[in-house]
Design a protein around this ligand. Structure first.
Ligand code: NAP
Length: 323
């Protein structure tokens, strides 16, 4: 999709509120729930009568502040703030193990993400920060949360849901690293980093990962999809000091409430036909030509294998039993 089409749709395709769905008794888990699109999606899900919300947040104080705001409109919901620092695999694993103890987990929004303006390397893992958070930690979580999602599906005889927040910008990634012997190691190298390519690429990796994950998980157990929330005025752009880009976002950006609607649509209003699909403007939409090409399918598998290998090496855990 070209830039003109993108600008046109930002101005004309504002997502509508998702009609009421009764989610009574259900537990939902949202990463990056303290602000922006994640917080607004959480608010909308609470309006659907969910029993319990787990807000996965990097800074618990920010989570508590957001929780207080959210409870103003839905005071009876059991809202729990759980710490999750996606810069740390130990934190991701502790979070996943805690979630595996839940008696019920119906819906997961893997939404947390960041957009760096410069190369930054994670001290603990050695990975470039965008890839660490947006791809590696998100992918690890997607595996760790499968057991409670599947158990819930079996118990209530209906599929659970997992939606990853991707982006239309996945179509703009050039992905030069795809031919490297090891894609993840290549992206750790500072010389490969570029703005906004690295962020765009991280969103392409979300799309590829979710497609491969969905191919390994039955849609009768967990419906897995990705969503483009549109360009949204949020703190994702907090580091951006480019005046032209700031003006562009201010003019074309949707509100976080509108962005939140796209997540709720993808995870609540859409059916099993969206398993493995990419959602944009609240409907299944063609992914980039690269994703749909034979080369894309081959790289999707390579990325899957190298991501699993990296995560296993870095966390000293075995991930083969999850899919
Ligand atoms: N806004 C857009 O235009 C746009 C467009 C397409 C896709 N998206 C995607 O939408 C998702 C939500 O973004 P947003 O626009 O709502 O941005 P946002 O307001 O900045 O929210 C991002 C959330 O991710 C959390 N997060 C970042 N790094 C983390 C880490 N290391 N560990 C745990 N949590 C972390 C943030 O926590 P803190 O508050 O503590 O930093 C925050 O809660 C992201 O995946 C983004 O890529 C956004």
């Amino acid at each position: 999709m070209g830039m003109l089409g993108f600008m046109y749709r930002q101005k004309t395709a504002h997502p509508a509120p998702v009609p009421f769905h009764d989610l009574s008794g259900q537990t939902v888990l949202v990463t990056g729930a303290n602000v922006g699109i994640g917080m607004e999606a959480t608010r909308q899900l609470m309006g659907f009568k969910v029993a319990r919300v787990i807000m996965a947040v990097r800074t618990p104080a920010k989570g508590e502040e957001a929780k207080a705001q959210l409870l103003k409109t839905n005071p009876t919901c059991d809202v729990q703030v759980w710490p999750l620092d996606m810069d740390s695999f130990d934190s991701v694993i502790a979070f996943g193990q805690r979630a595996q103890q839940l008696d019920r987990l119906d819906l997961v929004l893997l939404n947390a993400g960041l957009k760096k303006q410069a190369f930054e390397q994670n001290n603990a893992t050695g990975h470039e920060t965008t890839i660490q958070v947006n791809h590696l930690a998100t992918s690890l979580l997607s595996l760790l949360l499968l057991p409670p999602l599947r158990q819930t599906a079996a118990k209530y005889r209906k599929p659970s849901r997992m939606t990853l927040t991707a982006s239309e910008v996945h179509m703009w990634a050039t992905f030069k690293e795809k031919s490297a012997p090891n894609i993840i190691k290549e992206m750790d190298d500072k010389t490969t980093w570029a703005y906004p390519e690295r962020y765009n690429l991280s969103k392409l990796l979300n799309v590829l990962w979710a497609r491969e994950l969905a191919s390994k998980v039955s849609k009768d157990q967990v419906i897995i999809n990705t969503v483009n929330p549109g360009l949204v005025k949020s703190s994702l752009h907090r580091e951006n000091t480019n005046a032209a880009e700031q003006k562009f976002t201010a003019f074309f950006g949707w509100t976080p409430e509108e962005g939140g609607r796209t997540l709720v649509n993808a995870s609540v209003a859409q059916g099993p036909g969206t398993h493995g699909r990419y959602m944009s403007e609240c409907k299944p939409t063609a992914e980039s030509p690269f994703v749909r090409s034979p080369e894309g399918s081959q790289i999707q598998k390579k990325l899957w294998n190298q991501t699993i290998e990296t995560l296993q090496e870095d966390t000293h855990t075995t991930l083969t039993g999850y899919v």
